[in-house]
Write a protein that binds this ligand. Structure first.
Ligand SMILES: Nc1ncnc2c1ncn2[C@@H]1O[C@H](COP(=O)(O)OP(=O)(O)O)[C@@H](O)[C@H]1O
Ligand SMILES: [Mg+2]
Length: 232
């Protein structure tokens, strides 16, 4: 059998991060290592306040760490200017959040198209087709003209998933994407997110409190006392 090691998508080494609370330094991440290869699915669990969102923001290059290094597709991101980093992020990364963050003034279709427009300076025929393909995949092709406030939580999150994938990113970061949904809807959204990422060969990092969702991942990470471990 022909065996090729999967291309590394993101690698983080010895990440440290502390916040100041007045005079007091509060360490959050104390030497976290992390990596994910193309198309892989990794879940991150940990108590509330253990630093999961902080870690995701650092991996996304949205927040600076105090020390450590991060590479996207083997290129260290600290060597990029803020402009370069933002530009790179738009094509490298899609994000899904607990509270959806759709633009309330735009209908479902335009919310997805907006992400593509920003990332690619305009809309090509290919991107329009991709958008319709994804709306179909998330089961909302016939709801594309609806405004976010006329959609349910599960439907909004499915739009957000289409938006995260429309730029054809190498990696999707999802921070408690089912946190605002009831169990049944949450399971449906999670199935959709993991199966779409798998179908499109997109790597997925999922932060979740839901054990059964975490179990869907190929590898599981726990954040505890500033460290990441793979066993609990
Ligand atoms: N901008 C900030 N300033 C100060 N403290 C912060 C900031 N962001 C997060 N923290 C603190 O860092 C810790 C980890 O937060 P967070 O990463 O949001 O945890 P989680 O996502 O696991 O719940 C918490 O104690 C939180 O209060
Ligand atoms: Mg969080």
């Amino acid at each position: 059998m022909h065996c090729v090691a999967n291309r590394m998508i993101l690698e983080a080494n010895n990440i440290e991060k502390a916040y100041m609370s007045g005079e007091q330094k509060i360490p959050v991440l104390m030497g976290v290592d992390f990596k994910i290869a193309a198309g892989e699915f990794v879940s991150i669990q940990g108590e509330s306040g253990s630093g999961k969102t902080t870690l995701l923001n650092i991996l996304a290059g949205l927040e600076k760490c105090d020390s450590g290094s991060i590479s996207w597709e083997s290129k260290q991101i600290d060597s990029l200017s803020l402009d370069e980093l933002a530009k790179r992020r738009r094509s490298f990364l899609g994000m899904v959040f607990q509270s959806y963050y759709l633009v309330p003034e735009l209908n479902a279709l335009d919310n997805v198209l907006l992400a593509a427009r920003i990332a690619q300076n305009g809309i090509s025929e290919r991107i329009k087709n991709k958008t319709l393909f994804l709306l179909e995949k998330v089961g909302l092709l016939d709801r594309q003209k609806q405004m976010p406030n006329t959609l349910s939580g599960g439907e909004r999150q499915r739009i957000a998933i289409a938006r995260a994938l429309v730029t054809e990113p190498s990696l999707v970061l999802a921070d408690e994407p089912t946190g605002n949904l009831d169990e049944h809807t949450g399971n449906r959204v999670m199935d959709l997110l993991s199966s779409l990422c798998s179908e499109l060969d997109t790597a997925l990092i999922l932060v979740t409190h839901n054990k059964s969702h975490a179990e869907l991942a190929k590898s599981k990470i726990y954040l505890e006392r500033g460290k990441a471990c793979s066993e609990k």
